[in-house]
Design a protein around this ligand. Structure first.
Ligand code: THU
Length: 161
């Protein structure tokens, strides 16, 4: 038996003001997108903004449904829109803003497992990393350099034969 440790670099910023300009601008778009979230059931609002290799920024927000599982997370709304509109353009980074109408979120929410898997699909397809920047309403802001950092041992198409 061999023990392997998996480590990754996580950038922890004390606030949004500390972000690099490009990341801060992308986060502003995510925040604006978040304000248009449709989340009457969870009261949880998420906005995502995607910077593409051609300079375009695509946004999305969570869309809920009375039949709960029919809803979709902000990250997937955004990434599927990006992939649908610009199928051959690479994705550079995704900024995610999450808040609750029930309480003050003083820390970021990382993307759910399904969203990590969806982002991973495009990262593998384009063969270049997609960085992820995350913020709540207040507090620290997090950034990782690749979705593979937060989805180790990901399932991918090589298993399908
Ligand atoms: N949600 C997202 O949009 N992104 C995530 O990564 C986690 C959860 C949404 C889905 C649902 O509308 C609400 O937040 C509560 O789960």
């Amino acid at each position: 038996m061999v023990k392997k440790n998996i480590a990754f670099e996580l950038l922890v910023y004390t606030s949004r003001e500390e972000l690099e300009r490009k990341d801060a601008e992308l986060m502003e778009v995510a925040i604006e997108a978040r304000k248009k979230a449709y989340s009457p059931y969870s009261n949880f609002e998420v906005g995502a903004a995607i910077l593409l290799g051609n300079g375009e920024v695509v946004q999305g927000n969570n869309q809920e449904n009375a039949c709960y599982p029919a809803g979709l997370c902000a990250e997937r709304v955004a990434i599927y829109y990006a992939a649908a509109k610009y199928p051959d353009v690479s994705i550079i980074s995704i900024a995610i803003s999450a808040t609750s109408r029930n309480y003050v979120m003083d820390r970021p929410a990382a993307p759910c497992g399904n969203c990590r898997q969806s982002i991973s699909e495009y990262e593998i397809k384009q063969q270049s990393p997609i960085s992820i920047i995350m913020t709540g309403e207040t507090g620290e802001v997090l950034k990782c350099h690749s979705v593979s950092d937060i989805l180790p041992l990901a399932f991918n198409s090589t298993f399908l034969g």
